[in-house]
Design a protein around this ligand. Structure first.
Ligand SMILES: Nc1nc2c(ncn2[C@@H]2O[C@H](COP(=O)(O)OP(=O)(O)OP(=O)(O)O)[C@@H](O)[C@H]2O)c(=O)[nH]1
Ligand SMILES: [Mg+2]
Length: 242
């Protein structure tokens, strides 16, 4: 018997998306996770009131929704690390990562969990395997994302199609084994680094096709700094290979 499934949902100014994404995640996990589930919103003091809204959802759905408030915006990586800590110490059996802007379809949580139940240690939502894709992105954004994944694949040489995505399901043993306190990356590099560490530790990683949808509400937090970090961090991961 494994512990409940925890969904870690990092938010920065997602007031327009939060209610919808939490409701959908509760619905899907309520069906898909017989061991129970928890939605953990990790908010970095969003000025648009996302944190207060998350508190209201937690009060309305005790035992299903919980909030971790962090005082300042520190980036996606540190928010996830804080969320993983909370989930693991509360006894999570599986831990999900998912964007809160509805780019990731909460319905796919069930398929990621199935992949892990079928024997994977880590399931990656993948845009670049058969059946996966990206809707509504322009040519430039598509090219940057595909190029980023090709780059990570070439440097790390692992054969995975989509290494920069942030829709994942981990067995708790993976997060326990990969020495989270020493992870320092923030954006896309954070996603590459976690997967790379899991592979190096000998875990079985599979890709599950997903269709990524551009955010319909709210503002993107992607920045040049995050992309630049990935350009130098990915080879740095490789160099640390024992
Ligand atoms: N807690 C926290 N969450 C963040 C931070 N930066 C981004 N997020 C959240 O992480 C998820 C992904 O961020 P996005 O802004 O969608 O970034 P993106 O997906 O790279 O960019 P778009 O495709 O343009 O939306 C969203 O749920 C954001 O609200 C941060 O510094 N702290
Ligand atoms: Mg997004």
């Amino acid at each position: 018997m494994t512990g409940p499934a925890w969904l870690v949902l990092p938010t920065f100014n997602e007031a327009e998306n939060l209610e919808t994404v939490v409701a959908a995640a509760r619905r899907v996990l309520g069906q898909a996770a017989p061991e129970g589930f928890r939605v953990l919103v990790v908010d970095d003091g969003s000025p648009d009131g996302t944190g207060a809204m998350a508190d209201e959802l937690a009060a309305a759905h005790p035992g299903e929704v919980e909030v971790l408030h962090r005082p300042a915006r520190e980036g996606l990586g540190p928010a996830y690390l804080a969320g993983f800590d909370r989930a693991l110490s509360a006894g999570a059996g599986h831990v999900f990562e998912m964007d809160a802007d509805l780019s990731h379809d909460p319905a796919d949580l069930a398929r990621l969990l199935d992949a892990v139940r079928d024997g994977a240690d880590l399931a990656l939502g993948s845009r670049y395997v058969a059946g996966g894709g990206v809707s509504d992105w322009g040519l430039v954004r598509r090219a940057i994302s595909r190029g980023g994944s090709r780059y990570a694949r070439a440097v790390l040489g692992d054969g995975f199609r989509d290494l920069t995505g942030g829709f994942k399901c981990f067995r708790r043993e993976v997060l326990e084994a990969i020495d989270l306190p020493t992870v320092r990356s923030h954006g896309y590099a954070f996603q590459v680094e976690l997967t790379y560490r899991a592979l190096r530790a000998g875990f079985r990683v599979v890709e599950v096709q997903i269709v990524f949808r551009d955010r319909q509400a709210g503002v993107s937090k992607m920045s040049a700094r995050i992309a630049v970090e990935a350009v130098w961090k990915v080879p740095a991961l490789r160099m640390r290979r024992p």
